[in-house]
Design a protein. Structure first.
Length: 236
């Protein structure tokens, strides 16, 4: 679906995902918390097929690399046409690429305040660098590994952003107490009923009602869990 340049009304946030596989990007964003956020008009999410902006009969989006090299590269023409049609004065263009800056909770929090995000999904060997030089505001990576296409990464980033929009979560305190809310500390272990399951009991302090002791226990366990699973966070 194509949109008139700059003529749509922005809700709290609009996200346009540009990809060769829009169904992959939208599938995980059509359930649970993100689905409810969309139904409440907190965010307007669209996924577009880059092929819709091609002009040749074969709808070609890729080409061989100049100077040689393995694989194919996304051509600049349809990407330029798509972004120029979708962008407004409020737009921020993000490219999903393994070469981008590491995506963190702090990044998600910053992006959750944007009015309009255009998320471009890399594919094959990436995109023509003229796209990055001219159109892209920020390059983001979700980890030091390579996916088949960027639509999966775009869904991950979109989910992390949308759940931080005020009203998206049932309890606004939820995201404040999660792992990475403090960038150097993981979340403490959590328990629920039954209090005893297969001879394993919930720590007594959590049942004590003493909130001062509970807070101290959570801080200690969060530190231990971080030391065990992510010591790099403490080092940084």
């Amino acid at each position: 679906m194509k949109l008139p340049t700059g003529n749509f009304t922005l809700p709290h946030m609009r996200i346009d995902i540009l990809t060769l596989f829009p169904e992959i990007a939208l599938a995980p964003l059509s359930e649970s918390i993100i689905k409810r956020a969309r139904e409440k008009d907190l965010v307007d999410i669209h996924a577009h097929n880059i092929r819709d902006w091609t002009t040749d009969k074969h709808r070609k989006t890729d080409e061989y690399l100049c100077g040689g090299g393995q694989g194919m590269l996304l051509k600049p023409e349809p990407i330029f046409a798509a972004i120029e049609e979708l962008q407004t004065e409020h737009s921020k263009v993000i490219l999903m690429t393994p070469q981008g800056k590491q995506f963190k909770q702090a990044t998600a929090r910053t992006l959750s305040t944007a009015q309009h995000l255009i998320i471009l999904c890399g594919h094959y060997e990436g995109v023509d660098h003229r796209v990055i030089e001219t159109l892209v505001d920020e390059e983001i990576s979700i980890g030091d590994y390579v996916l088949t296409n960027g639509a999966i990464a775009a869904a991950v980033v979109t989910d992390a952003i949308v759940r931080l929009i005020p009203g998206a979560l049932g309890d606004e305190r939820s995201h404040q107490e999660e792992s990475f809310s403090d960038p150097s500390m993981l979340e403490a272990p959590s328990y629920t009923k039954p209090n005893t399951f297969r001879d394993m009991s919930v720590p007594e302090v959590l049942l004590s009602g003493n909130h001062k002791k509970i807070d101290a226990w959570k801080k200690q366990k969060a530190l231990e869990r971080t030391q065990q699973n992510r010591p790099d966070l403490l080092e940084s």
